[in-house]
Design a protein around this ligand. Structure first.
Ligand code: SF4
Length: 67
């Protein structure tokens, strides 16, 4: 999940996980794959950790936040 209202449109998440994060017409983050395969977890966590606004939250299949 990404809180797009607080996105700074840096594009870091798209660079880290381009099949999971995209952008809308204004450049704000848009999650294009809300349920990525487990082999993308490392990329998604990198996107979360590198987000300068810390607006990406990652949850497992049971809805538990991965911190
Ligand atoms: S890394 Fe964070 S601030 Fe940058 S585009 Fe993605 S969600 Fe927005």
């Amino acid at each position: 999940m990404a809180r797009s209202q607080q996105c700074a449109a840096s594009g870091g998440c798209r660079a880290a996980a381009p099949t999971v994060f995209g952008k809308d017409e204004d450049g704000w983050v848009r999650v294009i794959d809300p349920h990525p395969s487990p082999d993308l977890l490392e990329d998604v966590l990198e996107a979360r950790d590198s987000c300068p606004m810390a607006v990406i939250d990652v949850y497992d299949a049971k809805g538990v936040s991965l911190v």
